[in-house]
Write a protein that binds this ligand. Sequence first.
Ligand code: ZN
Length: 306
Amino acid sequence: MGQQLGHFIAALEAGGTKFNCALMDTNFNVIVQSAFPTTHPEETLPAVRDFFRHAARAHHGQLIAMGIASFGPVDLFVESELYGFITNTPKPHWSNTDICGFFSRELNVPVAFETDVNGAAWGEKVAGAAKSLSDFIYVTVGTGIGAGIVVNNALVRGVRHPEVGHMLMPRDQVMDNFAGCCPFHVGCLEGLASGKAIEARWGVSGKFLPADHPAWMMEAQYLALMCVNLTHLLAPQKIILGGGVMEKAQLLPMIHDYFSAFINGYAADCVMQNTADYIVKTPLNGAAAIIGITDLALNLWRQPAH
Ligand code: ZN
């Protein structure tokens, strides 16, 4: 076995809005890609299957493995009865969907399965801001907030994947009297600082708020608090931020300033002396999950069983 032409990986980033599909070669080149709206499993999953089947055939090759980076919550434990399922999601129609089993049966290839943010975190290690790092955190700040955590070169899993977006936040109720919008905790990080929270607090999507709007100072403070908590908890070598909200160019320098103020010197010298190199934006422009899950699928294919 080796790097032959015509060996393809089906890389799927399964999001709550759309399923991004990329037919990849073993050198991480995108051969062809497409996207399908996340409607109903009985509609979306066969459309994705057909895309990969046709794409592999059209490019004169065969699928050797698949990688799925999925919205959650998902069951990641191979020994579990519900392994490879999207479990109790609030998204209509998708609770208890055996997404991994469907593709494993229909495409007859080994399937690597991860959360969307774990896939993206691994992508940072393969080709992004975490190359050569053993301990780092990738956080996406978009409609929701989620993180993939790598410790000692492995994605962290305990009883479930981490839920960084739901950490509880200290807050000044005079400065911010918005109640929060998480249905489970109201004022957790996601309830206060996700794209959804920004829109609920200010009555307009963050996309339309000008760079000098007070929303961004508040957003930077919450994200800086998150970085302080993650730093104290896990002592990562780097924190990488991505997602739609982070596309606002003014945010990152503000996060650096608040982070330095809040942590008040209580961190490793390398963190304090070069905050701009410690908290960074993803360089991968939204491709991290596809790259990461491709690598995990290749690793699975290379295992002796296959
Ligand atoms: Zn929450």
